[in-house]
Design a protein around this ligand. Structure first.
Ligand SMILES: *Cc1c(COP(=O)(O)O)cnc(C)c1O
Ligand code: SF4
Length: 341
């Protein structure tokens, strides 16, 4: 347990927890009793992509451990600033498929709606760390245009709330949007891609449950949890509420060196999620975004890891290893052979 907390986690609203997130590396290092020698790098790299970590997530880190798997996901490091060949600002070319504000329509039948620009946490490996979110904060007229786009294309049968983190939007916005989408006859299902129930479980309010229950659309929520240490009692209370509302829960993770690239990390993650009704969906290879090269795992290492999972876990607890490649029609599956040793 960490002392000297600035926000009372038990009684705070999710909005207060979001607003009270730690953004100053000095505070983060002091709270975790870490070597002040990390500060210069954190300040420099934080100028490219700011530090942001909400209190409930910080509470799950181990003080004094610079290699804590949760800390590594959020602490800016000086080495992010070293340019690496092949690591670019927009590895997925999304700035070009973003033909209309708020919409990313790259895959058949499915369309991403950028509900909010903001995130509750800044993940250092994020492929959207350089995304021009300012251009994706929609005005009322732009919302209507985005909805018209969906209304006019009957090949779209699934809308995916994305971001940023779509649950950074308030319950009223989610409820309104969900009603608009459900009114479009060719939409058959709704998906929400979010990290908020993991990093600020208090986000799963009764109002959110209400908004996602009061719809004819089957709802799937794809969480983003990278390590078993991210799973605590608050997060499980949140997933339980979502499950009780008949929301299908899946998880996607990113394979990250120094965070979750050991067999025991992946085993523990799949097991704790699966035992609580969240099935692993994707394990993504890192997108080669500038500043994230220190998280890289080779394809061979990734295939070996998932090959081992296939012989150690029930099949439904093994995530699909995928890579995103600009211009492809979907996430590209990586072939994995069984590893018995
Ligand atoms: C990942 C993704 C989807 C959803 O893909 P699934 O394989 O159905 O999970 C849709 N659109 C974009 C742009 C994506 O990146
Ligand atoms: S929550 Fe998701 S979109 Fe936001 S910074 Fe983390 S990985 Fe990126």
């Amino acid at each position: 347990m960490i002392h000297g907390s600035s926000v009372r986690v038990e009684s705070a609203s999710w909005q207060n927890l979001l607003a009270g997130s730690i953004t100053d590396p000095r505070v983060l290092l002091a709270r975790l009793k870490l070597d002040p020698g990390l500060l210069a790098g954190a300040l420099a790299a934080g100028r490219e992509f700011a530090l942001r970590v909400p209190e409930p997530y910080l509470l799950r880190m181990q003080p004094g451990n610079p290699n804590d798997p949760l800390l590594r996901q959020v602490l800016p490091l000086g080495e992010e600033l070293e340019d690496q060949p092949g690591y670019v600002t927009d590895p997925l070319g999304e700035q070009h498929s973003n033909a209309q504000p708020g919409i990313i329509h790259k895959y058949h039948g499915r369309l991403l709606l950028v509900v909010t620009a903001g995130c509750a946490i800044n993940c250092r490996y994020c492929f959207r760390r350089h995304f021009p979110y300012a251009e994706n904060n929609l005005s009322t007229a732009e919302w209507e245009q985005a909805l018209d786009y969906i209304r006019q294309d009957s090949s779209i049968n699934e809308v995916i709330y994305s971001g940023g983190d779509p649950l950074a939007a308030n319950d009223r916005r989610i409820a309104w949007l969900t009603r608009q989408i459900a009114d479009i006859p060719h939409i058959k299902r709704l998906r929400v891609h979010t990290r908020l129930p993991v990093v600020i479980p208090q986000r799963v309010t009764d109002g959110l449950i209400e908004a996602l229950s009061a719809t004819r659309l089957p709802v799937t929520m794809v969480l983003h949890c990278n390590h078993a240490n991210e799973v605590d009692a608050q997060m499980l209370a949140a997933t339980q509420k979502l499950k009780s509302a008949n929301i299908t829960l899946l998880n996607q993770a990113v394979l990250l060196r120094g965070v979750n690239n050991r067999l025991e990390d992946q085993m523990a993650l799949s097991e704790v999620l699966g035992d609580n009704g969240v099935l692993p969906y994707y394990l993504h290879l890192l997108d080669h975004v500038r500043g994230a090269s220190h998280f890289h795992c080779s394809d061979a290492e990734a295939k070996h890891l998932v090959g081992q999972l296939l012989t150690r876990l029930p099949g439904y607890l093994v995530p699909r290893l995928v890579r995103e490649i600009a211009g492809e029609a979907g996430k590209v599956p990586i072939h994995v052979d069984l590893i018995t040793s």
